[in-house]
Design a protein around this ligand. Structure first.
Ligand code: 5GP
Ligand code: MN
Length: 321
């Protein structure tokens, strides 16, 4: 796909990503936004996302993000980044009504793509890596490089997860050559936690329970606990990865109560369980080693339903990834 070719003649271009945007979603949307602004000064370009967390304040023009999703005239081209249409949230009507819909994603649960034009590669570490591929060396500048590097670093757990490939590292090497302070960027957007985040992480770890002979671990935060700390969904990022590091654990489950009898579930696995398959079964999706879904019922019901699928895989009754 040639980005500028696809946008040729477009007067209004929109960009959005998934609900509860993470580093890769924000990095890819902003990287593409900065690029299109630079290359297509005549076009009206808008970027829509739920309000990015304050840590993303270091990304150039983040203040341009429209989180009000107010009524919009039809877009000639609309980009859905890092997601299929189902998680576009309030941007879905803009995408659906657009003259041309373009989908750039790396989720295996969205392998076919949801646009008129699709650039989906489930083997890519991140959507930022895909945007990097599309821009090429000529398209980059220091601010775009910073946004894309952030997303790659976040989605690879700082180049640690198995989605990290030689191409990922080559992209990252190229990006840091633009000269931004990559060490500080990752410290501020990935490692640094607020006091509240460390408190709630501690609480979640303290209350975690191992089961299936220690091959699974689960932690649940109910509404009352979340309200006590005043925690928002973005304060809970990283808890599930921490649970996954427990020795012997093949699959970690973290879930929090969104409303009565409704849980947001995050799954992480080592090298035995395909959690994308588990999450997809329950209407969610993601990657083989990191996936999520929303489930209804009591916490007990949810855990029982999930563990049935996880156990089947661990016992080898289903194909392993
Ligand atoms: P997390 O557990 O960090 O929320 O998400 C892990 C991965 O699964 C991310 O790539 C995220 O985009 C994806 N994911 C999480 N929840 C859902 C969901 O409800 N539906 C789909 N399709 N993907 C999800
Ligand atoms: Mn991503």
């Amino acid at each position: 796909m040639n980005l500028l070719q696809e946008c040729k003649g477009a007067g209004r271009i929109g960009i959005s990503g998934h609900i509860r945007p993470d580093g890769d979603c924000i990095g890819s949307c902003m990287g593409l936004y900065l690029y299109l602004r630079k290359e297509l000064p005549q076009a009206q370009i808008r970027v829509f996302l739920e309000k990015p967390a304050e840590i993303y304040g270091c990304i150039s023009r983040i203040e341009d993000v429209d989180s009000s999703f107010g009524e919009q005239k039809k877009f000639d081209v609309f980009f859905a980044l890092d997601t299929a249409a189902d998680r576009l949230g309030a941007a879905l009507p803009f995408f659906e009504a657009a003259g041309k819909r373009i989908n750039i994603d790396h989720h295996i649960s969205n392998a076919k793509g949801c646009g008129d034009v699709n650039f989906v590669d489930p083997d890519a570490s991140s959507t930022c890596e895909l945007v990097y591929r599309l821009l090429g060396r000529e398209g980059l500048d220091v601010e775009i490089a910073k946004a894309l590097y952030m997303g790659i670093a976040h989605d690879t757990g700082c180049f640690q997860y198995s989605c990290t490939s030689p191409d990922t590292l080559r992209a990252a090497a190229d990006l840091i050559s633009y000269g931004f302070d990559f060490s500080r960027l990752i410290d501020e957007t990935f490692f640094e936690k607020t006091y509240l985040q460390t408190q709630i992480l501690g609480r979640a770890l303290l209350e975690s329970i191992r089961f299936m002979d220690g091959r699974c671990v689960v932690s649940v935060l109910n509404r009352k606990t979340l309200d006590f700390y005043g925690a928002q969904p973005q304060d809970l990022e990283g808890i599930v990865s921490q649970l996954r590091t427990v020795a012997g654990v093949e699959c970690a489950i973290f879930m929090y109560e969104m409303r009565a009898l409704e849980y947001k579930v995050s799954l992480r696995s080592g090298d035995k369980v395909d959690v994308a398959a588990v999450a997809s079964y329950f209407g969610g999706g993601g990657h083989v080693r990191a996936a999520g879904c929303t489930m209804l019922g009591t916490a007990h019901d949810v855990i029982n339903n999930l563990s049935l699928h996880i156990e089947r895989q661990l016992d080898g009754k289903e194909a392993k990834a």
